[in-house]
Design a protein. Structure first.
Length: 208
């Protein structure tokens, strides 16, 4: 069973923010850009953070690079750019997967500031143990709060070549990984389901 600190994390920050005024990754919560909060949480938990950029890539990169006090350490924050970000989220996930070096890796949207280091570890604890053999054991862990699906999703690296072989328009990701054995993990924290997708969502988290 891996710990979160053994796992790379693909953090998605490439989207158009089409349901919110302005670029949501740059919206501030308690004086910090949303992307800075998400990257900081992931760096505190994971081996490396692969930050997938697209829309307003330079500005989002600058906001993310100071995501934790001091330096995150050489090579721990890996920015990559998806030049086809307008084609959808799955292409951004593919861009991130090309940089993964760990046996297991997380995928998480950058607009979920409530996913703390403790929640990454809670999902990692649900992964299969060292008896993994590719077919008999789950190849992904999907967290749920009650009946609602959430993040971060944990995926075994054996799926990378198969998922990279799909066209970037093949998503959504949940349907693609459903072809394989998946462990459904109950996590007792609604933060795994709460994103900042609209102006109303932003008001909710800033007024909390």
């Amino acid at each position: 069973m891996p710990h979160a600190s053994d796992c790379d994390c693909i953090l998605l920050a490439a989207g158009l923010s089409s349901r919110m005024k302005g670029m949501k990754m740059l919206r501030e919560i308690d004086g910090r850009p949303l992307v800075r909060i998400a990257v900081g949480n992931a760096l505190a938990a994971c081996r490396r953070v692969i930050l997938v950029l697209g829309n307003e890539a330079d500005a989002v990169r600058r906001a993310a690079e100071s995501s934790a006090p001091g330096s995150p350490g050489p090579g721990r924050l890996v920015p990559v750019e998806n030049h086809h970000f307008r084609d959808g989220m799955f292409g951004s996930i593919q861009s991130g997967m090309r940089e993964v070096e760990s046996e297991w890796f997380f995928v998480v949207p950058g607009d979920m500031p409530g996913i703390t280091p403790e929640l990454y570890e809670a999902v990692a604890r649900e992964s299969p143990g060292p008896d993994f053999d590719g077919d008999e054991v789950a190849r992904a862990v999907v967290p749920y709060h009650g009946s609602t699906r959430g993040h971060p999703v944990l995926i075994h690296g054996s799926l990378i070549s198969e998922l990279l072989a799909e066209p970037r328009s093949a998503g959504p990701m949940r349907e693609l990984i459903a072809r394989y054995p998946v462990r459904r993990a109950q996590i007792d924290d609604p933060a795994i389901t709460l994103d900042v997708d609209t102006d109303a969502d932003y008001r909710r988290v800033t007024d909390a």
